[in-house]
Design a protein around this ligand. Structure first.
Ligand SMILES: C[S@@+](CC[C@H](N)C(=O)[O-])C[C@H]1O[C@@H](n2cnc3c(N)ncnc32)[C@H](O)[C@@H]1O
Length: 462
């Protein structure tokens, strides 16, 4: 892009004319510098939103250059950020270039020039990682040719075809109508016509007979939809406000130790934003065969960051009653409490919440329980989440959610988009195993090589 002159920086996403250059070269223009010339939407920022004609672009600075797309400090209003603000004030349009994943290219990226946009507004907010970021709403100027590249159409969510055209289709819907959307299975890796088998598809949690789910907690008194965080009792359980914004049918603002949603005793209805993770599949998911990881999951639709993808569904069991020797890879330990207390190498999710005293859980001092009391076993009964593989650089994250009762040991486990996810990208989360933490029946450490293919792959799942 630098070589052909549509962008002026090798690394930075915002190309701008700086103050000294502006004063020297364009002193008669009357413009206040710096001013922006072009931006690249690289997918580098966890907070970017791209709906083609309207973009919410995150300013520059404060992010980790290691390529793991994380914000690590506050952004400041200077250089490129100031340039975009000056564009807005002076009604100067800016070029937009989009970067898209392209496995067939040498660089694995494809860049398209997508026209001129105006900077409509800007504001500062706390981003997904909790640091201050500047946001700019850009709107595509009218009178330009429509965006036509396949890649951009992907971003707009036009990634899929009619079922009859799907290459390698082996089952139209592995949920057999139990999900809000069909979940097809495809295989173009080998000739086996076999569908993912050996399990029964269920779409809600089941509970083993010796596990007692606590009674439903008191709910809020809102009607229809909860809107006022000052009066909604469920909103107040969260750190400051509703954990979701209504945009795109509900998006989590940031990852938290636990999210309190509305439940069965609440006055609100099923459309309430504070039930975002209870509304079933919103994105068309496909289970597909991979050469080296068995089955995997991808989406046909563009998934914006913070959107719920699916809940990890299976049978809730006592962990000490699950036969670890049987090597069931579909066990998800409900480790919310261990994660909050950073036990056994688990990384804390980012914000504090006050757990209600009814949960019986102490927040402060470390619990000695390394092994969570309960787990979700999707081995013989489960949903699409059981096919989601591990990645060392995942695009989903695990969020503990409490909706009916408030016992965190039995929290729901929901997978949310950690990034804007373009169609057909494999969906993955970090299984979070500590290295050498899995021991086989013979007492020897069980190792499993990781095939996630991420640049920062840790090489082993466990
Ligand atoms: C919960 S299952 C995921 C779905 C699984 N691929 C299947 O075919 O059913 C977990 C198992 O998938 C495989 N797997 C998941 N992520 C992997 C990765 N990054 N590298 C290698 N194998 C992986 C491992 O065999 C692991 O025990």
């Amino acid at each position: 892009m630098v070589a052909v002159g549509i962008h002026g920086h090798w690394l930075a996403g915002i190309c701008f004319i700086g103050e000294s250059e502006g004063k020297k070269k364009y002193k008669d223009s009357g413009y206040v510098f710096p001013v922006g010339v072009a931006i690249v939407l690289s997918g580098q920022y966890e907070d970017d939103v791209d709906n083609s004609d309207e973009i919410v672009y995150t300013g520059q600075g404060g992010h980790d250059l290691l390529g793991n797309k994380r914000q690590i400090k506050d952004q400041v209003m200077k250089r490129g950020n100031l340039a975009l603000k000056n564009n807005m004030i002076q009604s100067l349009p800016i070029r937009v270039i989009r970067g898209n994943d392209c496995p067939n290219s040498i660089t694995k990226r494809l860049y398209t020039y997508d026209g001129l946009y105006k900077v409509d507004e800007y504001w500062a907010e706390r981003g997904v990682s909790g640091f201050t970021v500047f946001k700019y709403r850009l709107k595509r100027l009218p009178g330009q040719p429509e965006l036509v590249t396949n890649q951009v159409q992907f971003v707009r969510g036009k990634g899929s075809q009619a079922q009859s055209e799907i290459h390698g289709l082996i089952c139209k819907d592995i949920s057999y109508g139990r999900e809000t959307l069909p979940v097809p299975a495809t295989n173009i890796v080998d000739d086996s016509p076999e569908t993912p088998e050996g399990f029964t598809y269920i779409n809600s949690i089941e509970v083993a007979s010796n596990v007692k789910i606590p009674p439903s907690a008191r709910g809020c008194n809102c009607k229809d939809e909860c809107t006022d965080p000052r009066t909604c009792a469920c909103a107040k359980r969260n750190p400051s406000d509703f954990p979701y914004v209504a945009q795109d049918g509900g998006r989590l603002v940031e990852a938290m130790d636990v999210v309190f949603e509305c439940g069965p005793n609440c006055g609100c209805g099923p459309k309430c934003v504070n039930r975002t993770s209870q509304k079933g599949l919103k994105y068309r998911l496909e289970v597909y065969r991979t050469p080296d990881k068995g089955w995997a999951v991808r989406s046909w639709d563009y998934i914006p960051s913070g959107a719920p993808v699916c809940e990890y569904i299976g049978v809730v069991r006592r962990t000490d009653e699950v036969d670890s020797d049987a090597g069931n890879p579909y066990i998800f330990e409900i480790d919310c409490l261990q994660t909050i207390n950073e036990i056994g190498g688990r990384e804390r999710r980012w914000r504090d919440v006050s757990l209600p005293s009814s949960s019986g859980i102490k927040r402060g001092g470390k619990t000695s329980e390394n092994v969570p009391e309960y787990c979700i076993d999707a081995g013989s009964r489960g949903n699409v989440a059981r096919f989601i593989n591990h990645s060392c650089e995942p695009n989903l994250f695990v969020q503990c959610v409490l909706s009916s009762h408030h016992d965190i040991r039995l929290a729901r486990v929901v997978l949310f988009a950690a990034d804007n996810i373009v169609p057909l990208q494999e969906l993955t989360y970090d299984y979070g195993f500590e290295l050498d933490s899995v021991v086989g029946p013979d007492g020897k450490i069980k190792k499993l090589p990781c095939h996630c293919g991420a640049p920062g792959c840790r090489k082993w799942l466990h």
